[in-house]
Write a protein that binds this ligand. Structure first.
Ligand code: HEM
Length: 501
């Protein structure tokens, strides 16, 4: 038929393919633009990966830290044909995200993530008016749960009772704290967003946890990531590619049911949770006849963001905390002494206590510094071409802020590889701030849940140490402190022995 029309389509396709490939190869092999940050050479199809042969096997945050050591605090590399600018160390990250925030606060389009999030919600939303409006509303609603009438503390306490009862059953035996901590943290988010907690063996609860875990795994560690290089793969009807579509469908129907149920049962005068607050806002904007970005579709993506951004981050920090305390028993004892002196043994810790507990606060800060559970923040993007530190960063470049390297920057921290909570205390034992402490990021995209996370970390950490002493089982190798890189940095599986205080 092709020949009948006078055109030889195979030949045309062949020439087009050769043309595109040649253009791509030329682009990759062309000398780097002189004002681009330095970095390893780009190769066709694989980008800069071969340039990293010498560091193969390192997790991404360590690989990029090594790149900073080789090429300087602002460097660049190619992922396929996409330019990535890497910021290492305190000054590079601060100067970009804080001092040039208007240029470096956008988010890139990453095909797999875009398929899942549609660039709605907050975490992956483009930097602009809608993101601002949604973030401002969500942040002020979150504050209700921290300090307003919908106090989150009793909910955290309720979850803690269950954690403690599980730990009590395990006293004296080697116990993996992963499930119990994950369940508790997920349930705190459920209480806040959906107004209810779940029994750990509840079918609905298991479904939520399973969907989150499946989504995270697909997005960070599965063949589905090939969609980022070849977007057309998302339409393949098998394997991980099909699973992405199925997970998106399952999450959608699960959350949409929950939103519909809220619609049916809500009382506008007495919002019970985040969903009710948001539905009220939609109705209020409609009444005012304003054109608005608030709608149920958007709410769906925001709830997804709160679950994903708020669970793994907090629970991994707590797991690291238990592991580090078991590894540094003398520090654990010192925290316990402060808890005993300030709170005593019978009352539960409250977030208000933290002002009188600087050593406990310093220890949590040091745990966050050492482990940096979101080591590469969330990818940023340059929204326009910009001169930065003598380089020209092209519009559309993905910008990675290596927070892990900031927390190990030797110009900002003495002996950065040492675990030493006292680095956050002055001679009188008061907390001192260090600008390079940024586990929640900095600038306009700083973590929206920072206050809530701090509250959870303080209450759960001090309650656990009030009731238990954690020790490592004897006769095992020293725990692996490198961490497993996924969307967050989690500890390798470990067991501890809880001992009752
Ligand atoms: C220890 C716990 C947590 C840590 C270490 C953490 C850390 C971070 C980091 C590093 C970012 C990225 C900043 C950037 O892109 O430059 C981020 C973003 C975000 N976090 Fe957290 N986070 C934690 C807990 C939470 C919680 C509990 C919530 C909500 C319930 C939350 C909600 C968010 C949201 C919505 C964003 C996106 C902000 C935006 O793009 O405007 N996080 N977080």
């Amino acid at each position: 038929m092709a020949e009948a029309a006078g055109v030889c389509w195979p030949a045309v396709l062949f020439i087009a393919a050769v043309f595109l490939l040649t253009r791509y190869v030329m682009k990759c092999w062309a000398p780097r633009q002189p004002r681009l940050p330095a970095g390893p050479r780009c190769w066709p199809l694989v980008g800069s990966l071969p340039g990293f042969g010498w560091k193969a096997g390192l997790p991404p945050h360590l690989l990029l830290t090594a790149m900073g050591q080789a090429y300087g605090s602002v460097s660049s590399l190619y992922l396929g044909s996409r330019l990535l600018v890497v910021l290492n160390g305190f000054q590079g990250v601060r100067d970009a995200l804080q001092r040039n925030a208007d240029v470096f606060s956008d988010r890139p389009t990453i095909p797999l993530i875009t398929k899942i999030t549609q660039r709605k919600g907050i975490v992956f939303a483009p930097y602009g008016l809608i993101w601002k409006e949604q973030r401002r509303f969500s942040l002020s609603t979150l504050r209700h749960f921290g300090f307003g009438k919908l106090d989150l503390e009793p909910k955290i306490q309720e979850e803690l009772q269950l954690v403690k009862s599980q730990l009590s059953k395990a006293v004296g035996t080697a116990f993996s704290p992963f499930h119990v901590i994950n369940n508790a943290v997920s349930n705190i988010i459920c209480s806040m967003c959906l107004g209810k907690r779940f029994d750990y063996d509840d079918e609905e609860f298991r479904t939520i946890l399973h969907l989150i875990a499946r989504g995270m795994k697909l997005a960070s560690n599965s063949p589905a990531m090939l969609i980022n290089v070849f977007p057309v793969l998302q339409y393949l009807p098998f394997g991980a590619f099909k699973e992405v579509s199925q997970t998106v469908k399952d999450v959608t129907s699960f959350l949409k049911n929950i939103i519909a149920e809220h619609r049916r049962t809500m009382d506008p005068e007495n919002p019970r949770d985040f969903v009710d607050f948001y539905l009220n806002e939609i109705d209020c904007e409609i009444t005012k006849k304003q054109s608005t970005s608030f709608n149920e579709d958007y709410l769906f993506y925001i709830i997804g963001d709160l679950f994903v951004a708020g669970t793994d981050t907090t629970s991994n920090t707590l797991l690291w905390a238990i592991l580090l305390m078991a590894s540094y028993p003398e520090i654990q004892e010192q925290v316990h002494r402060e808890i005993r002196d300030v709170i005593g043994e019978s009352r539960s810790p409250s977030f208000k206590d933290r002002h009188r507990m600087p050593f406990t606060e310093a220890t949590i800060m040091e745990i966050q510094r050492m482990t940096t559970v979101v080591p590469l923040a969330i990818p940023h993007m340059a929204s326009e071409t910009v001169d930065f530190k003598g380089y020209s960063i092209p519009k559309g470049s993905i910008v990675i802020a290596n927070l892990w390297s900031v927390h190990r920057d030797p110009s900002m921290w003495e002996q950065p590889d040492e675990f030493n909570p006292s680095r956050f205390l002055d001679a009188d034992g008061n907390i001192i701030k260090n600008e390079a402490f940024m586990p929640f990021g900095i600038g306009k995209r700083i973590c929206m849940g920072e206050q809530m996370a701090k509250m959870e970390l303080f209450i759960i950490f001090s309650s656990l140490l009030q009731s238990f002493f954690f020790k490592l089982p004897e006769a095992i190798d020293a725990p692996n402190m490198t961490g497993q890189f996924g969307l967050t940095l989690s500890p390798h599986p470990f067991k501890i022995i809880p001992v009752r205080r």
